[in-house]
Design a binder for this molecule. Structure first.
Ligand code: SF4
Length: 323
């Protein structure tokens, strides 16, 4: 399923700081809607429903660009009531997707956050983040910069199929290494861990080991969940690419979440690798501190609806952060 060349629609925003409930961060910013990276599991796909667009090809080919985002943000940050709480950047769609090279909105947002002494937490798969290393290193010196690189697998075939528009995982790890060397609180998010594909002990061990080897300060993780819209797209993708997995998904996902037993098993396995590679007790990841680290195991077919935490503002939380 190749990704069509995107159409970019410029929009003017009245506000850019989104208040988020139910997460460990209270504010988020998303300069783009839709994401040309096109990960098939992307939790943010369903946010396109808000624009009467679909979660499949529309999500990757119709991208909204909030062209006045830096200016609006400066206005909001200058208000006396602003308390300089940490802001999550890119919780719904990737702030370093290709169009950022043209509009430079993420850079403008970082400049505003730096100037108003506001900490930032970024979630991305985009190596373009190195363009902004100067700002991030400056913010890091004041303890105000955290970067979570989403890395789900080192397997190139899986990567191409699952995340067709993204930079190769090894490139992301090298970018992570440079950020960490510059003092940025940088780590890896194994998010999402995809049952039957990336949720194998070998894959999880490889990613956690590589994260440690590249200077990651934390490995966060989260098992795939499938909310309406995303579920239909992802199962269609599975039907084409991995049809032998469909039946197992039907048993594992009776609701949005994989069975609790499965997720607990994965969590325990992740913890083993964290300890093995010395990533226990490092700085906590942002913004998914509350998401339990979870890993592999073949599913057992036991389906129990889990009571996993859920964001109250689904339009602003998803994508790389909680996919
Ligand atoms: S998971 Fe992240 S990089 Fe992938 S499509 Fe969603 S927002 Fe973009």
């Amino acid at each position: 399923m190749p990704i069509a060349a995107p159409t970019y629609i410029e929009v003017q925003s009245k506000s850019i700081l989104n208040k988020v409930e139910g997460m460990h961060f209270r504010w988020s910013i998303n300069p783009y809607r839709g994401c040309a990276h096109g990960c098939h599991y992307c939790f943010a796909r369903s946010t396109h429903f808000y624009f009467d667009l679909n979660a499949g090809s529309d999500f990757t080919s119709i991208i909204f660009v909030k062209v006045n985002a830096p200016q609006v943000l400066r206005r909001e940050l200058s208000r006396p009531a602003w308390r300089r709480e940490q802001v999550a950047l890119g919780t719904a769609t990737d702030p370093y997707q290709p169009v950022e090279g043209r509009y430079r909105l993420t850079r403008g947002i970082l400049e505003a956050l730096r100037d108003y002494r506001t900490p930032v937490g970024i979630v991305t798969k985009g190596t373009m983040i190195l363009r902004d290393l100067d700002i991030l290193a400056d913010m890091a010196r004041r303890g105000r910069a955290t970067v979570c690189f989403s890395v789900t697998t080192l397997d190139r075939d899986l990567w191409r199929r699952l995340e067709p528009g993204t930079a190769p995982p090894q490139q992301r790890l090298r970018a992570l290494e440079r950020l960490a060397a510059a003092g940025v609180n940088a780590g890896v998010l194994l998010a999402p861990i995809v049952p039957g594909l990336t949720a194998t002990p070998a894959n999880l061990e490889a990613v956690v080991r590589a994260a440690a080897d590249h200077g990651a300060r934390f490995p966060g993780a989260n098992v795939l969940h499938l909310r309406p819209g995303v579920r239909e797209h992802f199962l269609t993708f599975l039907e084409h690419a991995y049809p032998h997995l469909l039946e197992g998904y039907g048993r594992l996902y009776r609701g949005k979440y994989a069975s609790e037993r499965y997720r607990t098993g994965v969590e325990e396995l992740v913890q083993v690798f964290r300890e093995r590679f010395g990533l226990v007790g490092r700085d906590a990841p942002f913004p998914s501190e509350q998401a339990p680290v979870q890993l592999a195991l073949p599913w057992d077919g036991t389906a129990v609806e889990a009571s996993a935490p859920q964001a109250q503002s689904p339009a602003d939380v998803g994508g790389c952060a909680t996919a």
